[in-house]
Ligand binder design. Structure first.
Ligand SMILES: *[C@@H]1O[C@H](CO)[C@@H](O)[C@H](O)[C@H]1NC(C)=O
Length: 289
């Protein structure tokens, strides 16, 4: 009986097991000592795009690797996935840290940008097609990276996050922090939110990341108002107005301008959960048609 079972294993290995999630050491400047994992599919596209995928509080690389179907899409379309992880502050990203909220100043944000540069150098990835997505704390960090590193990320997608710099002035951005003003829906004017982004990289006049903001309307941990505030922020930064809303099932799409640079998805009956529609996300990024 040994041979047939060995044969079974070998067959399985050739038919379903693709590349695996790998830890990378020494990827460059890493001031907060965060960790890097990478998923490089067996069949890599020529000059592959990169998606940085950011876990929620309490998560890690392996958990978020299993948390969406992006790895299966990477196998099919040949893009690279980077899974950063933080062991600090209940595994929450340092989105309140002035260093992460300033271009080139440090924090988790700088370590993540080092991972991107490492992957570009090591795999000949496309510097013009680097994307970031994340859920909850990862969604918050998505907005932080888009604000502090507009030169690195072509587009971002924040799920259940908060605006860039929303936690600035709070001691930490964890569910256990005494100050939840931001997550409870801190409101500012579009101009004030926009200034927080512009002040993160003074003098920068280049292209700004295209943004997709997704949030459940039944989210009591990170209130849906945070999504409306994020949309106010990016509409100000990108200079776009709300043009129309389209409802399909539970989701209402908020389209700014022609919808290629800024779009919101607000979900009726959706709580604090990673409602990632991979195909729709990859279309927004421009990785699939
Ligand atoms: C709470 O955090 C917000 C930012 O999210 C900040 O503006 C405010 O000053 C903080 N409140 C206190 C009492 O520290």
């Amino acid at each position: 009986m040994l041979l047939p079972s060995l044969f079974g294993l070998a067959t399985m290995a050739s038919s379903c097991l693709a590349a695996s999630l790998q830890q990378v050491w020494n990827f460059g400047s890493n001031p907060t000592n965060i960790n890097m994992h990478i998923y490089v599919p067996d069949r890599l596209a020529n000059k592959p795009p990169i998606i940085v995928a950011l876990h929620p509080c309490g998560g890690n690389a392996q958990q978020w690797f299993s948390g969406t179907r992006l790895p299966q899409y990477a196998d099919r379309h040949g893009f690279i996935l980077i899974y950063p992880s933080t062991p600090h502050m209940s595994n929450c990203w340092d989105v309140q840290n002035p260093a992460s909220l300033t271009h080139g100043a440090g924090g988790d944000a700088l370590g993540i940008v080092s991972m991107v540069n490492y992957a570009i150098d090591r795999y000949g990835a496309d510097r013009d097609r680097v994307y970031v997505m994340g859920f909850s704390s990862g969604g918050m960090m998505t907005n932080v990276l888009a604000g502090s590193y507009p030169d690195v990320f072509e587009a971002g997608a924040a799920y259940s996050g908060v605006p860039h710099a929303c936690f600035l002035g709070a001691p930490a951005a964890t569910p256990f922090s005494p100050n939840q003003t931001c997550a409870q829906g801190l409101q500012k004017t579009p101009e004030e939110w926009g200034n927080l982004v512009r002040n993160s990289y003074p003098g920068y006049n280049g292209r700004r990341p295209r943004m997709q903001i997704t949030h459940g309307l039944n989210d009591w941990l990170v209130r849906p108002q945070c999504a409306y505030e994020s949309l106010k922020q990016w509409s100000n930064v990108l200079g776009l107005q709300l043009t129309r809303q389209v409802t399909s099932g539970q989701w209402t799409q908020h389209i700014y301008g022609d919808g290629t640079k800024l779009v919101g998805y607000l979900g009726q009956g959706i709580g604090h959960e990673p409602a990632v529609n991979e195909e729709q996300l990859l279309r927004f990024f421009g990785i699939i048609n």
